[in-house]
Design a protein around this ligand. Structure first.
Ligand code: 4AD
Ligand code: MG
Length: 432
């Protein structure tokens, strides 16, 4: 029996006869030879069909194959130094499994809306394959990192009554006879988790009714939110830079093939595996922006153009520390000796990518937290359970949230978040 393998395993089967279930992505043929571009979900490589080595029928089948036809190929694996995969298969037999007519995504260029309308098929392309491999590696590395650092993963609810990041971007839904919201952050629940288990992280979808139609905003995205008890901001910043360096190193170690497909230079990524990352205060960031001619004043939130400028001034990701209270959420710890700033930080990714992490030390005092919730006009009833965390053994604690698609977009050097998630959700896109 011929052994059935996946393309990625080809290197272990050189000069062996194998069987592979694959799809055709492209084809070239002449009178004597046909080149089949094949993919099976594990890698892409070439099949060579030589007319004088196969039956008339097999050669005819090869010549008539259409894009995205599925088939079993049997043949012998050979080294192929001309391709960056390094191996090819000399095809001996083809058994068609599923035919394909008029596949809509052809090797020619398509517009972005057309591609998004066909996202269920677009995922098959080489570039999308590479992005999803890297996404998968970053998810794997996230679990590895936090588990080895003594965190446990905790799953917060998706249906909630609370609005940690402000009420303007909530998706509201009917929940029997009350209102519920799709969670915009698992943080408040992660804080309960930290008081129960010391160090926790969440990793799941969050939802924001973002009206902004930018390359950095999705309405549904994935966030990783670690939260640590008995921890101040300084230690949290160290966890953040170590985590980012670990993610980049994991992609360098395990995704060389995918980075090559994306034409992403590993030498640039190597810069981000070195810690510590530079830090500047928000105050200084405003000065830098003003010096460069940006129309900003102290107290303004930083928009995409401002973050882009700042992140271009550094070779590594940069922390911007201690933002004004007015532009950040209620749960943050005020900075000692200042009445207008919080102990918080955003991490801006280099190469102009901007914010990938937001985090802070948390308010620990019951009365101050209660006053902060009221000052934001939030309904105290919904936060009673959260205030309990300050009533029973409150401790200094800190945490942060990494936007998963933002991090993928940066590491893969994409120009829009929509390619970083299999089925992106944006204001004008709910299908497929
Ligand atoms: O800065 P944000 O709003 O912070 C929080 O949600 C905190 N509760 C995190 C915490 O301290 N536990 O969001 C965190 C990150 C941002 O830095 C950004 O990377 C990403 O989530 N993000 C988005 N990603 C895609 N689309 C959007 N609309 C996003 N909004 C935020
Ligand atoms: Mg933020």
């Amino acid at each position: 029996m011929t052994q059935e393998i996946r393309i990625a395993e080809a290197k272990n089967h050189v000069n062996e006869e194998v069987k592979i279930g694959a799809w055709l992505t492209d084809k070239r043929s002449s009178g004597k030879i046909a080149f089949l571009q094949l993919r099976d979900g594990s890698a892409f490589f070439q099949g060579v069909v030589l007319k004088n080595q196969v039956s008339e029928e097999v050669f005819q089948t090869a010549k008539e194959l259409r894009q995205e036809t599925s088939m079993y190929i049997t043949g012998e694996i050979h080294e192929d130094s001309r391709s960056h995969f390094g191996y090819e298969i000399e095809v001996h037999n083809i058994e068609v499994v599923g035919t394909s007519e008029d596949y809509p995504i052809t090797p020619k260029e398509h517009g972005i809306e057309f591609l998004l309308d066909h996202r269920h098929l677009w995922l098959r392309s080489k570039r999308q394959f590479a992005i999803q491999q890297i996404r998968n590696e970053m998810a794997r590395a996230t679990y590895e990192f936090f588990n080895k650092e003594g965190f446990i993963k905790m799953d917060p609810p998706i249906l909630t009554g609370s609005a940690p990041e402000g009420t303007t971007e909530l998706f509201e839904t009917d929940y029997f006879d009350q209102k519920a919201y799709l969670s915009q952050s698992g943080q408040l629940y992660a804080e309960a988790g930290a008081m129960a288990y010391g160090k926790v992280f969440t990793f799941g979808p969050v939802f924001r009714a973002e009206k902004s139609k930018t390359r950095r905003h999705l309405t549904e995205f994935w966030m990783i939110e670690p939260e640590m008890a008995f921890t101040h901001q300084e230690e949290s910043l160290k966890v953040q830079e170590n985590y980012i360096a670990f993610l980049v190193q994991s992609v360098l170690d395990n995704c060389a093939y995918d980075l090559k497909i994306l034409d992403r230079d590993p030498e640039i990524l190597k810069r981000y595996t070195k810690t510590p990352f530079p830090r500047i205060r928000y105050d200084k960031a405003i000065e830098m922006l003003q010096g460069a001619g940006y129309d900003v004043k102290w107290g303004d939130d930083l928009g995409s153009p401002e973050e882009t400028y700042l992140s271009e001034q550094f070779e590594q990701p940069v922390f911007v520390l201690n933002y004004p209270k007015a532009i950040k959420p209620f749960y943050m710890l005020p900075e000692e000796g200042r009445d207008d700033t919080y102990v918080c930080a955003d991490l801006l990714a280099p190469e102009g990518y901007g914010e990938i992490i937001g985090g802070s030390e948390r308010e620990v005092d019951y009365d101050k937290l209660k006053a902060a919730i009221e000052a934001k006009g939030l309904d105290l009833d919904e936060y009673e359970w959260y205030l309990d965390l300050r009533k029973y053994g409150s401790v200094p604690h800190a945490g942060f949230g990494l936007g998963f698609e933002r991090a993928i977009t940066w590491i893969c050097h994409l120009d829009h978040l929509r390619e970083a998630i299999p089925f992106p959700r944006m204001i004008t896109r709910l299908k497929p």
